[in-house]
Design a protein around this ligand. Sequence first.
Ligand SMILES: [Zn+2]
Length: 297
Amino acid sequence: MVPFRIVVAAMLLALLAQHAGAQVAPKPAVTLVEKPWGKLSYKKLMQYGEKALGPDPDAWRHAETEHFVFHYHELENAQKVGQMAEAYYQQIKSDLGVTQDRFIRKNHVFIFDDEAAWKQFGTAINLDGWASGLASRTELFLFSPKAGRVSVGSLGHEIAHCIFYRFVPKPVPLWLNEGFAEYESSHAYAQIQGVEDRRFPGGGPGARFPLPELLRATKYPKERVGEFYWASERLVRFLLTKLDRRKFLPLVQMIADGTRSEDALVFIYNDRFKSLAALEAEFAKFNEPSAKPKWPF
Ligand SMILES: [Zn+2]
């Protein structure tokens, strides 16, 4: 389970506000096919999904797309989520260089629009009170209050977790899981919407977060959650945009198979770095503040 941190929600909302004028529909258009529960092509749920569905599946409306099954009450909401989810799926698959999906099964996405029902579900699974969404393996749960308004910000981060798990169905360290979701919540969004990816510029709050500490973190560091997310996103961005992108998936798979992050990094990128210290030095340069534009522009 990966709780959705409030600090991330704030950052995503800021990002969305930044692009509020660029609400271009994702391409290609995705059509949701509404079906009764009994006719869905994939009905198997995990523990949280069972709790979300409740005893009466007909209390929800259901629909599916190529890779997702949606449960919701407002069709307009579900259509927006469906379009975004499939667009993120294609973008993330492309970014990872995945040629063959590991799963035939579909991801389940529950969209709550009633606050009382969301809180009741949160209590049932011990979700932190401030969360507005969470991903748990291939299942996604979103709270989207008010008719017709979907929490797209939560979707981007959480759907990235779900899709990542689909391609790498094993636990990975916190930095990699959160860093990838953060990176894609901006990168995939920018690609889909045709806007600039302006996430987390250099010189941010986690610029001095020690790399060994970042790689070994098994809990969100108290008082430094924002720094941790920043540094995690920057490391994934560094690996995907400054080093050989084709090596990223082998790195992830090696780590998912049990190799320590620091050992896997040095092994996979040994043509560039002979030690973790050498990689850390390059990463530190990447994290320096961007040069300020000179006046006049
Ligand atoms: Zn997360």
